[in-house]
Design a protein around this ligand. Sequence first.
Ligand code: NAI
Ligand code: A1CAB
Length: 275
Amino acid sequence: MPHTISFIGGGNMARSLIGGLIARGRDPKRMVVADPMQAQLDSLHQQFGVRGTTNNLEAATGADVIVLAVKPQEMRNVTTSLLPALKNRPLIISVAAGIRAADIHRWSDGAPIVRCMPNRPALQGCGMTGLFATTDVSPEHRRVAAELLSAVGRTIWVEQEAQMDIVTAVSGSGPAYFFLLIEMLETAGIQLGLPPDVSRQLAVETAYGSGRMAQESPESPAVLRQQVTSKGGTTDAALRVLEAENVRAIFAAAIAAAARRSAELADEFGGTDKT
Ligand SMILES: NC(=O)C1=CN([C@@H]2O[C@H](COP(=O)(O)OP(=O)(O)OC[C@H]3O[C@@H](n4cnc5c(N)ncnc54)[C@H](O)[C@@H]3O)[C@@H](O)[C@H]2O)C=CC1
Ligand SMILES: O=C(O)[C@@H]1CCC=N1
């Protein structure tokens, strides 16, 4: 019998996971979602047929797996309020940025915790999730967590919890960087004279095609880039401008800022020392 899954928090990330799981054949009747906003619950029910409740504890009671999908600042209160539902040791999967496994472990009075960082394309079934578990988490619980997240894309384990901050910066926040690039390509095309719908389509399909090529080709992204770049040609002209403006340094700084913020969130809303 598949596990019963309780989602605490029914916002963007829960929607991506619920949508992805249902699209891949999970029974909505074996899921429940809790959120204080009735409008979120109504919309999830309408779209996916999952039952909603405004009572977190009710949603969590009897679940085999509890997915914590609230903002990092809510994590402590939400986890401690679930304590009566944790007596049978359900698996807790946290998707919260920053918050460390040891903190959730403490707040939950010792429940098994898998910390993971999915991303929004989970909704399309092509998410990328980094997972981390402390050594006391059983192989079976690791398998359950990886299987759940695999239903919405690819998964990869990291061995050190500090690496989850970097995962968050690269792939958790990553879709936003690609959307920004799509926006910028679209805008530039319009400014240079293309009709908006034409420019949008060119930008979106180019992002999609490039992502697929990077995924399917045995070549590295650097080699693929070089293959597009004819010496003295158009791509060369564009890349020279980007390199002269230090685009690599800008990106390195941006991603380092995201990783730093993830660690800060843990210190602000968690409380244990870095592990
Ligand atoms: N949005 C993204 O791309 C990603 C988000 N995350 C993480 O997922 C978590 C949720 O983020 P989003 O879904 O983007 O935020 P969101 O704001 O869309 O969803 C959070 C939901 O939690 C609900 N909520 C607030 N207080 C609650 C409580 N006490 N009990 C139950 N529900 C409560 C809110 O009403 C809201 O619907 C965050 O911790 C974030 O770090 C992780 C990976 C990617
Ligand atoms: O921006 C955030 O904090 C969350 C975590 C990764 C993506 N969204």
